[in-house]
Design a protein around this ligand. Structure first.
Ligand code: PBG
Length: 325
């Protein structure tokens, strides 16, 4: 045979051992953040219909879930509250006896070493379901900031280790940083939902958190999925305002944005693998159409390859089990 010159890429794929040696991206249990929904109402956990395997927990039953998370070696959780009481200003978001505050105290008492992240937003707590204050049908920016800062402070007082504001008002990082500093929480980091798109992939979450807007949509504060430069500006301003971590949300359709932020900003970067991304895989897996474990591992690995340091995912417990096998 005549000699042709080409590269033998397959040499490095020949055995499982070699493939492992040259693998560039690895998923660890340490990368995972597990979301937990805590509800004020009722005494039994309830499964979210559009998210099989995901539950809302009453405070009396949340310990069991958190114990499991800790035993699996998952280092952090993020709490979402489902309150009884909703009003115009979302006052139960910053009530010291609010559901998130109570759950945080209880969990930190039991597991001081577990990192508890508080999602800081108003939409689950307002009667109109928007993430800010409303006047004449408009979502007002600046008056919302005070409420968000108050919410963050009350969460830090309850023992939250990290504050994760997801509301997408302008200036929320600056306002929350100032609020935390003034209340004596200079050392509590902010994990900002810096780049959050107005995404249809949040559908199942809104079932889980009862947080659908009662009118309109979130397009005047969350970003247009078509935009890239704007994502860079959002991340830049959050860093200038004092963000310690940056979140890109959703993850799957925005891997390009993850890569760009990682290349530009030397900050811990979080991919939020959102509810709709979870439900699509679950739905297909339940039908027997895909191999759930293989698909989940491939998806999460691609998020890390794109630049994520951490992954916030409803699959965290499953992934930890698979990694521990
Ligand atoms: C609250 C919030 C939302 C999500 C996280 N925090 C919903 C929204 O913006 O409507 C979505 C998470 C998910 O879909 O998993 N602002």
């Amino acid at each position: 045979m005549t000699e042709v010159n080409f590269q033998r890429h397959r040499r490095l794929r020949r055995t499982a051992g070699i493939r492992q040696m040259v693998r560039e991206t690895t998923l660890h249990t340490d990368d995972l953040i597990y979301p937990i929904f805590v509800k004020e109402q009722g005494t039994d956990k309830t499964e979210v219909p559009s998210m099989p395997g995901v539950y809302q927990f009453p405070i009396d039953q949340v310990n069991e879930e958190v114990d499991e998370v800790v035993n699996l070696g998952i280092p952090s959780i993020i709490l979402f509250g489902v309150p009884n009481h909703k009003d115009h200003e979302g006052t139960s978001a910053f009530d010291e006896k609010g559901i998130v505050q109570r759950a945080t105290r209880q969990i930190k008492d039991r597991h001081p070493e577990l990192t508890v992240i508080a999602d800081t937003c108003l939409c689950q707590f307002t009667d109109h379901g928007h993430c800010g204050v409303i006047e004449d049908g408009e979502i007002l920016n600046d008056p919302s900031l005070d409420l968000l800062a108050k919410t963050a402070v009350s969460q830090a007082q309850a023992g939250a280790d990290i504050i994760a504001p997801s509301n997408m008002m302008d200036g929320f990082v600056a306002a929350i940083r100032q609020g935390l500093d003034e209340a004596g929480f200079k050392n509590i980091p902010i994990m900002s939902y810096a780049v959050k798109y107005a995404s249809a992939f949040y559908g199942p979450f809104r079932d889980a958190a009862h947080s659908s807007p009662s009118f309109g949509d979130r397009k005047t504060y969350q970003m247009d999925p078509a935009n890239r430069s704007e994502a860079l500006r959002e991340a830049q301003s959050d860093i200038e305002e004092g963000a310690d971590f940056l979140i890109v949300k959703p993850a799957l359709s925005y891997l390009d944005i993850l890569r760009e932020l990682k290349d530009r900003h030397p900050y811990p970067l979080v991919a939020y693998n959102v509810s709709g991304e979870y439900s699509m895989i679950k739905g297909a897996a339940i039908q027997g159409w895909i191999d759930e474990q293989a698909v989940v591992m491939e998806k999460l690995t691609s998020m890390k390859r794109a630049g994520a340091d951490l992954i916030l995912t409803y699959f965290a417990k499953d992934v930890a089990k698979w990694l521990n096998q």
